[in-house]
Write a protein that binds this ligand. Structure first.
Ligand SMILES: [Zn+2]
Length: 70
């Protein structure tokens, strides 16, 4: 219970991954180690973009710019 080093198991989906060959990220949140496989990492990045307003081209996509030009 006192493992304070990130291992190669994703903290979200619990799959094994190899950061050197597959990518992903390992680090610490405060003192808590975390590991994310490439899939969950890119998923989190997508979520972050949505939460932070990111590109804004999808959420507010109801009106299409230039719609009244023919
Ligand atoms: Zn994962």
């Amino acid at each position: 219970m006192s493992r304070l080093e990130p291992d190669n198991v994703c903290n979200i989906c619990e799959c094994d991954f190899d950061m050197e060959s597959e990518g992903g990220v390992q680090g610490y949140i405060g003192i808590i180690p975390f590991s994310l496989c490439p899939m969950c990492y890119s998923g989190l990045m997508d979520m972050y973009e949505q939460l932070s307003g990111g590109t804004g081209e999808y959420e507010d996509g109801q009106e299409i710019p230039g719609d009244d030009e023919e």
